[in-house]
Design a protein around this ligand. Structure first.
Ligand code: ATP
Ligand code: ATP
Length: 223
């Protein structure tokens, strides 16, 4: 039986997407079991990951022997072979994997993956298209994170002259916009929990947290 990586990450399908997942996890110091049906792909990633195995994700016995059910996070990164992607998801879930993250090629594919038990389904082209468009529509928002459905955290580049050259206490953003400033970045220098005397300069990035509606409103004002 394959050695179970201590951090419980398995990546099935080593195309561009799965390869990128492997690289990111490995760069962050995680143990990764990488699986592909294609020997060339496995040889490409073998030097990088903890363990790389040639196996067919639709082969229930092979997946069982690799102990995939005991992994906490399994990424199924097979797109074009939809049948393999769906069967692999079903098998890995039935084997007991707690968190299965799948890549889908289409909305219908995504719906089927959800039905067979996928915990998260991503559609990279759709998600990335949204992000690229958002970035053009809201150029002052550098990062945006929804902490839950009501609360967001956002990095905002300040360009509105009304906000420049004033201290946080003069700006009184909590009172006026209901957002809390948790950091200010000036060029490469980041001040976490800035004092009330800190002034905002042109092109500073301020990190704010608040209700999503208030954060969105502040983003409009800051630009
Ligand atoms: P990407 O966009 O990530 O490059 P893709 O959608 O172009 O991927 P896919 O056909 O989804 O390509 O294949 C991704 C990887 O999954 C390939 O390396 C392929 O060999 C592997 N793969 C396909 N079927 C299986 C299977 N049954 N078991 C294991 N790996 C598989
Ligand atoms: P995606 O991954 O976003 O689905 P793709 O890489 O598979 O796209 P592309 O060949 O990049 O496919 O085409 C994306 C879209 O752009 C298609 O709808 C295609 O008809 C359209 N397209 C391609 N070339 C041109 C062009 N010269 N002018 C206008 N539209 C184009």
């Amino acid at each position: 039986m394959a050695k179970k990586p201590s951090n419980n990450y398995a990546v099935i399908g080593l195309g561009l997407f799965g390869g990128s997942v492997c690289k990111t996890l490995t760069d962050r110091g995680q143990d990764v079991l990488a699986i592909d049906i294609n020997e060339t792909q496995v040889n490409t990633y073998a030097p990088m990951v903890t363990q790389a195995v040639i196996a067919d994700a639709t082969d229930e016995t092979a997946m069982n022997n690799l102990a995939l059910g005991s992994f906490d996070h399994v990424f199924i990164c097979i797109g074009q072979n939809m049948q393999a992607s769906i069967m692999a998801t079903l098998i890995v879930k039935e084997l007991g994997a707690k968190d299965v993250i799948c890549k889908a090629e289409s909305p219908l594919h995504a719906r089927v993956l959800n039905r067979v038990g996928a915990d998260h389904v991503v559609q990279p082209e759709v998600d990335m298209g949204q992000r690229v468009a958002d970035r053009v529509l809201e150029p002052n928002i550098l990062h945006y994170l929804m902490l839950n459905k009501d609360v967001s955290l956002s990095d905002v580049r300040v360009e509105n002259p009304d906000l420049l050259g004033q201290s946080l206490s003069q700006l009184n953003l909590l009172e006026r916009y209901h957002v809390t400033v948790i950091a200010i970045s000036h060029h490469d220098q980041v001040t976490v929990s800035p004092s009330k005397q800190t002034q905002i300069a042109l092109d500073d990035t301020i990190t704010v947290v608040g209700k999503t509606i208030d954060v969105d409103n502040f983003n409009e004002v800051a630009g």
